[in-house]
Design a binder for this molecule. Structure first.
Ligand SMILES: Nc1nc2c(ncn2[C@@H]2O[C@H](COP(=O)(O)OP(=O)(O)OP(=O)(O)O)[C@@H](O)[C@H]2O)c(=O)[nH]1
Ligand SMILES: [Zn+2]
Length: 300
């Protein structure tokens, strides 16, 4: 039989098949092959015999992709949950997430949370910024008030037939949003876990949950450094709006920094490329260049 792993629990693999969940263990020959099945893997398994023993996971089918952090295979898209306030919105952090997700070749939806905490003028200002991201090609979900039925329906519609990972800064409101989208989940949110004295980081293990005809995963937080998982020279390829004009740069291999007749810098000057995106690109480039020796050492 075939199914998809939705949860790993101390040596057990929970496999979803036709809306049912079947618990299995890895077959001996699978373990010997040094294959580590992860959540999201499509697998073959032998169902449990009638004597109460568990079924056996026998092989992992080829992966379309696999994220390392969180370990999830066959991901279709990422929902980047971004707080408008508390913590304050910063393009710098959003662009770091986008750099990471571009590296995974995932479709991206940027969802703005906590817009209820904004006054009109700040909301309008952020709307203009998000329109800029929309022009790059990212899908944007930015309701004026969080969690209204119509907005949730629109967002739910984006989940059908997809495996979606929810990612974003700790405290951005991932679990809260997921609980509104899929009330059966009842995920812990920061406010609740604080009262139970379990600290701030509420999201730990990775589980896939059925949601509106698709599967969703809440993911643990990243540090801002981990997100820049790229070689310095390849950073420019993680900015899609740079890639689409780079053919017009005078120099092939232009890094869009000090080179003359650079189409990216021209785009920034004429307003077709966001200044903040370019500023962040420069900053990330410097950060990566500064840590390069460490990277080289790791590679050897
Ligand atoms: N005002 C307001 N508060 C919100 C909104 N969404 C979430 N919050 C609050 O923000 C805090 C953090 O929300 P969580 O859902 O726990 O955030 P998270 O991103 O899942 O955090 P981690 O699990 O630590 O990664 C909680 O106190 C929520 O009640 C919103 O739209 N408006
Ligand atoms: Zn250039």
């Amino acid at each position: 039989m075939q199914g998809q792993i939705i949860q790993l629990l101390s040596g057990y693999y929970d496999i979803a098949v036709d809306g049912q969940v079947i618990r299995t263990r890895a077959a001996g020959n699978l373990r010997n092959k040094h294959v580590s099945p992860i959540v999201g893997d499509f697998v073959e398994f032998t169902p449990a015999p009638d004597n109460g023993e568990l079924g056996y996971l026998t092989s992992v089918l080829p992966r379309r992709n696999a994220l390392v952090r969180p370990p999830v295979a066959n991901v279709d898209q990422a929902m980047v949950v971004t707080a408008a306030a508390e913590p304050d919105f910063a393009t710098n952090l959003l662009d770091r997430f986008l750099v990471y997700l571009e590296g995974q070749h995932l479709d991206v939806i940027i969802t703005m949370t906590k817009t209820d905490l904004l006054d009109e003028s700040r909301f309008d200002q952020l709307r203009v910024t998000m329109d800029g991201y929309e022009r790059i090609g990212y899908r944007i979900h930015m309701p004026r008030q969080p969690f209204l039925a119509g907005d949730l329906t629109r967002l739910s519609g984006m989940l059908a037939d997809k495996l979606t990972i929810f990612t974003g800064q700790t405290g951005a409101g991932k679990s809260t949003l997921l609980n509104h989208l899929v009330p059966e989940l009842e995920l812990d949110t920061a406010a609740i876990s604080k009262s139970l004295n379990r600290g701030k980081h509420t999201t730990r293990k990775t589980t896939l949950y059925p949601a509106h005809g698709g599967l969703v995963a809440d993911t643990p937080g990243f540090s801002s450094l981990e997100l820049l998982d790229v070689e310095t020279e390849e950073l420019r390829d993680r900015f899609p709006e740079f890639v689409s004009v780079a053919g017009n740069c005078k120099f092939r291999g232009c890094q869009h920094l000090r080179e003359p007749q650079c189409a990216v810098k021209a785009g920034v000057a004429d307003g077709t490329i966001m200044q903040s995106r370019y500023d962040n690109y420069q900053q990330f480039h410097e950060e990566l260049a500064a840590r390069k020796p460490v990277y080289d050492k790791k590679k050897r």
